[in-house]
Design a binder for this molecule. Sequence first.
Ligand SMILES: Cc1cc2nc3c(=O)[nH]c(=O)nc-3n(C[C@H](O)[C@H](O)[C@H](O)COP(=O)(O)O)c2cc1C
Length: 357
Amino acid sequence: MKSATIQTTEHMSAEPFVVRPYFVGPIRIDPPVVLAPMADVTNGAYRRLVKRIGGPGLMVTELISTMAIHHKSARTMTMFDVTEEQRPLAVQLFGSDPAIMAEAARVAVGEGADIVDINMGCWVPKVCKTGGGAAMMKDEDMACRVVEAIIAAVEVPVTVKTRAGWHYGHLATAGLARKLEEVGVAAFALHARFAVQGHTGNADWNLIREIKQAVKCPVVGNGDIRAPQDALRMLQETGCDGVMVGRAAIGNPWIVRDTVHFLRTGDLLPPPTLDDRIEAALTHVTDLSNTLGESRAVRHLRGQLPQYLRGYHGVARVREAIHGAESIAAVASIFQTAREHLAAADDEFPLDILDTI
Ligand SMILES: Cc1cc2nc3c(=O)[nH]c(=O)nc-3n(C[C@H](O)[C@H](O)[C@H](O)COP(=O)(O)O)c2cc1C
């Protein structure tokens, strides 16, 4: 089994840390760093970009509605967008009807899913009011029936991404995970917040340690990994088998590569250059245009493209300009203007420099 030790720094414990792969059924997840499922973010174009920059051990699609699959929604079917270089890839499904979930899982496998992941963590009312997402944690027997139906329907491993519980007084994780493991779940990912928290407050990593101690199958920790050092700390503090990176990856496809490198060597890679960032943003939108068409792709990414320049002074002006962009050529021209002025201004936009774009 391949593993790597890393040297200690002030962020780390005195003992060298061993980075090991983990297995989801027969599928080896190496390195144990996972790109989180994020609606409107982790589409095929973005997954290809992350993989090209530096290999995560596993990526997960955005959540896909099993009801929409059942109704053969053409738009939903474009969400799979599975290509060879993305493997291993988990397709995440949400819903609550066992038969429809099972049918959708078969479709997902037909579309190329290596793993079927069930969403038990989404807190948004649109998902929860149908009994899916985090609402599944409220009825554990029902959750088990749904998972059982899916496991019976497909040959690939089935995993669950969950929260700590519905609300603070309802800590579901360890008990529910044990029941689901008995039914046959191959691995869990835990976003260590309660559903009612949404993304507020801090993730409580103690809950990750708790679920890890409760089950035999692999547990992937999730919540508040903002930098590679956080991933190491989570592995060390919770004993989890893998780490999952979410928001830190928005507009920053390098975070996965950087985390893997840090875990393997103890070194931090230099940040991407401005040219790297612009090139990646343009690759992202161009690839997405192949699936959504140009104008939809540009509109879809209006919020995300400026994130590639996060941290640069003046990015608000880029955001404003991209908000009105309708084509890839317009986006490219905005970035080109930004590039010239950033270079001229020694990595800082003069406040009014982007008035022209
Ligand atoms: C924009 C956005 C979309 C998300 N969509 C999903 C989703 O489709 N399925 C899911 O299980 N979690 C989803 N999440 C939750 C993330 O996967 C992750 O659990 C959460 O952001 C906490 O991890 P982080 O602190 O690394 O961001 C989403 C989060 C964000 C910010």
